[in-house]
Design a protein around this ligand. Sequence first.
Ligand SMILES: NC(=O)c1ccc[n+]([C@@H]2O[C@H](COP(=O)([O-])OP(=O)(O)OC[C@H]3O[C@@H](n4cnc5c(N)ncnc54)[C@H](OP(=O)(O)O)[C@@H]3O)[C@@H](O)[C@H]2O)c1
Length: 222
Amino acid sequence: MTTVGFIGSGLIGGTVARLAVAAGYDVVVSNSRGPETLAGLVAELGPKARAATATEAAEAGDIVVVSVPFHAHARLPIAQLAGKVVLDTNNYYPERDGAFAELDEGKLTSAELEQRELGTARLVKVFNNIFHAHLATLARPAGDAERSPLTIAGDDAGAKQTATEFLDAIGYDAVDIGSLAESWRVEPGQPAYGPPYGNYPDPVGVPVSADKVRAAVAAARR
Ligand SMILES: NC(=O)c1ccc[n+]([C@@H]2O[C@H](COP(=O)([O-])OP(=O)(O)OC[C@H]3O[C@@H](n4cnc5c(N)ncnc54)[C@H](OP(=O)(O)O)[C@@H]3O)[C@@H](O)[C@H]2O)c1
């Protein structure tokens, strides 16, 4: 059985972990404060879940979900992530993360910067543009008329295939928007960031078609 490691198990990481366990995956969750602080989440997730350090979660994961504030990317366990598929949920918010000149000047996307630092890890940007509550409520089985797609961006075709299969298992189709360089199209402030899945305060969200998501991605401007 595939194990999914989580570096960061907060609002979005915790939501993906719940969907993964519901789909039958084993999960290893981690945060910055230590495994003992995740006892509540592990109890909720049940026997398919355990808590560990971030380094151990990276080591244990066949796939690793990285869902930390962007500024924490500099402290990721690079050696343990080497060669692995990393599903990266991160967004760059200068007011939270501090300023990164290359990002502010539009020279790189935040996902490219993270990929550069991670070396051989095979990064796919996904889950970054959907509110965590909508991610929880909009999951649907394959073939359901109300099934929604999530966007994926990455430079490694095999990693994107793995991401697509993982999304399929947890209740989502995938819309491939291209390389990490193209991922600015789903960054904060762009039309595909949030609204296709419903308005931010609404806890339920709205199912959305692949055509609508593609149209929102195509409407991106910078
Ligand atoms: N919230 C959303 O709806 C949403 C949606 C899409 C994307 N995102 C993006 O996803 C990322 C996570 O957001 P979130 O809302 O889930 O944040 P959150 O609820 O604050 O959770 C962040 C998680 O990262 C952990 N963490 C922080 N530094 C770490 C480190 N150095 N090593 C290991 N774990 C670390 C935190 O652990 P501690 O609690 O122990 O510090 C916590 O488990 C952000 O980049 C955000 O912009 C959020």
